[in-house]
Design a protein around this ligand. Structure first.
Ligand SMILES: *Cc1c(COP(=O)(O)O)cnc(C)c1O
Length: 504
């Protein structure tokens, strides 16, 4: 007789630890066997090793499973993943919008899916043409001059844009003196991380009463030691930085560059052009604004658009038209390119999806999507403002709405408890405790792809939870999540002492 599996002690309701069709799944190392395999491979023919005696002699000791066991392992794991295909995903700043199936269909076309980055350029003219067309769309939407498609995420794009800025400063002979980057208090953590990775020090600029950056404080922080300002617009409080043109002008007058974090472009794409604000470099998250999958569903892509002043420093490779054909420029010759961000040209599959999205929407459709995203967020704001509090007063927001925890005061329920209770209701929580400028922040981004019916149910759920919190039903929140395979894990311990290697 088999004992009850030991690792299921956290879920004592059933013998197996499974809850109906929600099945437990141990690690491969726990269930795998050294003598099992799902594949039959022929014995290797005799050959003479050329590793000078360094080749492995023993077994590699990796656990194996039969083919059906391996299949079940990964399918069960995949079912634990909450996704935009499973439900509303109101994670502020992340733009978890629907990934249209049309994009997926086109990305799977053999001629696009089965090509290789090392194929002769003459055989991939269609792919290069697709990259050229996508570049044209992104440059038109942003009114910028040059583009680097290769960065593989927003954070990677920030690094790319800031490397272009650093190269421009070094080329001016000011590399030793301009060592400071200004970053507002409300910024995404990747902004200061990028700046410090490149050897800059960060000077924090405070927010003003209304949640936007303090314009006067930016001006006062500028000086001959400043290399750049990194600013997000719309900012992470979901508010449009209205003084952006004045700020850009001040930055330029001080001899610095303006890096705009474009992660929130979903609010303004097709409506306003960052090039008109005076932006020098900005990344676009194809996996946010342009609907390519992310958050476990696919790789990111963070193309960077550059102003005329920064264009000469753009990384290689890039697509260039040469008569009737297209070429991938791998060596910038006499130009001042700072080098490369990645081995190849970037995330081709995401380029296909993003262009499919753009062509399906058209210019007017892109603008409509932005307006609908803003409308959805304001609908949520207007429907919750009588029960929840907003840190910067009740004013129109952009594509996401920020609440704080003032309304939870005295209830014994924290922002974290409230978010965990949302999980019991079948919702992925909103972004919490970010941005840091709001106490106990709850940042909700519904996106344009939710229907009114879906938003209404979400709003009704939050209103119900809010009522319970205010009625003193503390336990419900302290115990949440009650219905998940794991309850509250020690996230701090997991972050501080990550166990990255299985050891028996
Ligand atoms: C998502 C995000 C980033 C980083 O983008 P990744 O693609 O996750 O690396 C940077 N800034 C802001 C404001 C973001 O929302």
């Amino acid at each position: 007789m088999l004992d009850r599996p030991a690792h299921f002690e956290e879920t004592p309701d059933t013998f197996t630890g499974n809850r109906a069709l929600d099945q437990e799944e141990p690690l491969l190392f726990e269930i795998g066997r050294l003598d099992a395999t799902g594949v039959d491979v022929d014995e290797a023919p005799q050959f003479a090793p050329r590793l000078g005696g360094l080749e492995r002699k023993g077994s590699i000791g990796l656990p194996g499973l039969s083919e059906p066991e391996a299949m079940r392992h990964y399918v069960r794991l995949s079912r634990k993943n909450y996704s935009i295909d499973a439900g509303l995903y109101p994670l502020g700043s992340c733009t978890m919008k629907h990934n249209p199936r049309l994009n997926e269909k086109l990305a799977r076309l053999e001629g696009l899916a089965d090509i290789h980055p090392l194929q002769p350029v003459s055989t991939v003219q269609g792919a290069l043409s697709l990259m050229e067309t996508l570049s044209h769309w992104l440059l038109t939407l942003t009114n910028m001059q040059a583009i680097a498609l290769s960065p593989k995420a927003g954070a990677h794009g920030e690094l790319c844009g800031m490397m272009a800025i650093k190269s421009a400063i070094v080329a001016r002979g000011e590399g030793a003196t301009r060592k400071v980057v200004l970053i507002p208090q409300s910024a995404h953590g990747t902004n200061p991380a990028t700046a410090s990775l490149l050897g800059f020090s960060v000077r924090v600029v405070p927010a003003s009463e209304d949640g936007t950056v303090h314009t006067q404080a930016v001006k006062e922080a500028l000086g001959p030691d400043v290399a750049a300002l990194m600013l997000t617009n719309p900012n992470t409080c979901g508010l449009f930085e209205r003084d952006i043109i004045e700020i850009a002008r001040a930055v330029h007058e001080a001899g610095a560059y303006f890096y705009c974090d474009g992660a929130n472009f979903n609010a303004i794409a097709g409506v306003a052009r960052p090039g008109d604000f005076g932006v020098d470099a900005m990344h676009l998250n194809l996996h946010k604004t342009f609907s390519t999958p992310h958050g476990g569903g696919g790789p990111g892509a963070g193309p960077v658009v550059l102003s005329e002043r920064l264009a000469p420093f753009a990384p290689v490779p890039f697509v260039r038209r040469n008569g009737d054909s297209l070429e991938l420029v791998e060596h910038a010759g006499g130009a001042q390119s700072f080098g490369r961000m990645a081995a190849f040209h970037g995330q081709m599959g995401m380029f296909v999806r993003a262009l499919a999205y753009l062509l399906a929407h058209g210019g007017d459709g892109v603008a409509q999507a932005s307006k609908d995203a803003v409308l959805s967020a304001n609908y949520v704001r207007a429907s919750l403002r009588d029960v929840m509090t907003q840190p910067f007063g009740d004013r129109l927001c952009m594509h996401e709405v920020l609440f704080d925890d003032a309304w939870l005061k005295g209830t014994g329920v924290s922002t974290l408890d409230f978010a965990k209770a949302m999980i019991d209701e079948g919702y992925h929580p909103m972004t919490i405790y970010f941005p840091l400028v709001a106490h106990g922040a709850m940042l909700i981004e519904p996106t344009e792809s939710e229907s009114k019916a879906s938003l209404d149910l979400f709003i009704a759920t939050l209103r119900d939870l809010a009522a319970h919190a205010k009625e003193g039903d503390k336990d419900r929140f302290a115990q949440a999540p009650r219905f998940t395979p794991r309850r509250r894990v020690d996230e701090t311990l997991a972050a501080r002492k990550p166990v990255l290697r299985w050891a028996e």
